[in-house]
Write a protein that binds this ligand. Structure first.
Ligand SMILES: NC(=O)c1ccc[n+]([C@@H]2O[C@H](COP(=O)([O-])OP(=O)(O)OC[C@H]3O[C@@H](n4cnc5c(N)ncnc54)[C@H](OP(=O)(O)O)[C@@H]3O)[C@@H](O)[C@H]2O)c1
Length: 254
């Protein structure tokens, strides 16, 4: 997602600085000419002040999915915002996940904790909660297809969105005029709501992968989140790219 944001921001003529623990080398596919790369770590705070010097807006696409990274996820956000505030940044935009505060899954709990850090920051902050990306369900199908089984979670529906549509919203929020509200949250979703089986059928037909579509139960808090449809936002069909159109151009899209 960060790479997609960088690409769009450069296209918009913005001056872009990228912060990560392992910035890509100049020859890497992940490297965008025109952006400046800084090595920094939000867990320790190392390099943050240097990376943020002169920045007006921060767009936070950080991840911390497992173990210590998940435990430190919200604190990392606080460290980033404190450094941003010290550097004179005027606005921070956080990418988060739809209804993360309504799930008992540890991953979502960490997302909601970080949202609260943003809600209490002294900076102007915007939380953009997105539905699941097209690339997420495609990755699940791809992993299963290696053993010729394409898994679909029982009862799950998705409103997947393309990473570039999410990036567009993040950059637009970042570039927007200062708001009278110090903190806002908005939720964005993809254009269609489909069962996971329908998505699997589209994926199999479009990619030509072989494999039997198998229904599997998804227990626990994540299963409950999906069964309750907390991953859907029918009133906010913000994304333009459908799963099919995203798959058709997946060579140059994330
Ligand atoms: N996948 C979905 O369907 C979905 C839906 C809605 C929202 N989201 C959210 O969107 C966000 C971006 O997702 P993604 O798939 O693009 O994640 P990703 O590919 O894992 O990228 C995360 C980035 O964070 C950097 N990072 C991680 N720990 C860091 C640290 N301690 N200090 C500095 N940089 C650090 C990583 O770079 P280094 O490793 O080089 O540090 C990497 O550039 C996540 O918060 C995710 O939960 C995802």
């Amino acid at each position: 997602m960060g790479r997609e944001v960088v690409r769009l921001a450069l296209d918009a003529g913005l001056d872009v600085t990228v912060l990560s623990r392992r910035p890509p080398s100049g020859t890497s596919r992940a490297h965008h000419d025109g952006a400046r790369y800084f090595q920094a770590d939000v867990t320790t705070g190392a390099g943050l002040a240097e990376a943020l010097r002169g920045a007006d807006v921060v767009i936070d696409c950080l991840e911390g999915q497992f173990g210590k990274a998940r435990k430190n996820y919200a604190d990392g956000g606080a460290r980033l915002l404190a450094a941003a505030s010290g550097a004179g940044v005027r606005k921070a935009v956080l990418l988060s996940i739809i209804n993360c505060d309504r799930s008992a899954a540890a991953f979502y709990i960490s997302k909601a904790a970080k949202e609260r850090v943003y809600a209490t920051s002294e900076l102007e902050t915007v939380v953009v909660r997105a539905t699941q990306f097209h690339s997420l369900v495609a990755a699940v199908f791809h992993a299963g297809a290696k053993v010729r089984l394409i898994p679909v979670f029982k009862g799950a529906r998705f409103q997947t969105i393309s990473p570039s549509d999410v990036a567009f919203e993040l950059v637009a929020e970042g570039m927007g005029e200062p708001s009278t509200e110090r903190h806002r949250t908005r939720t964005i979703g993809g254009p269609d709501i489909r069962t996971m089986r329908e998505l699997a059928e589209i994926w199999r037909k479009t990619t030509g992968h072989a494999g039997r579509i198998v229904e599997v139960p998804l227990p626990g808090a994540m299963g409950e989140y999906l069964r309750k449809g907390l991953n859907l936002v029918p009133s906010q069909r913000t994304g333009i790219d459908t799963f099919e159109s995203w798959l058709a151009k997946r060579e140059d899209s994330l």
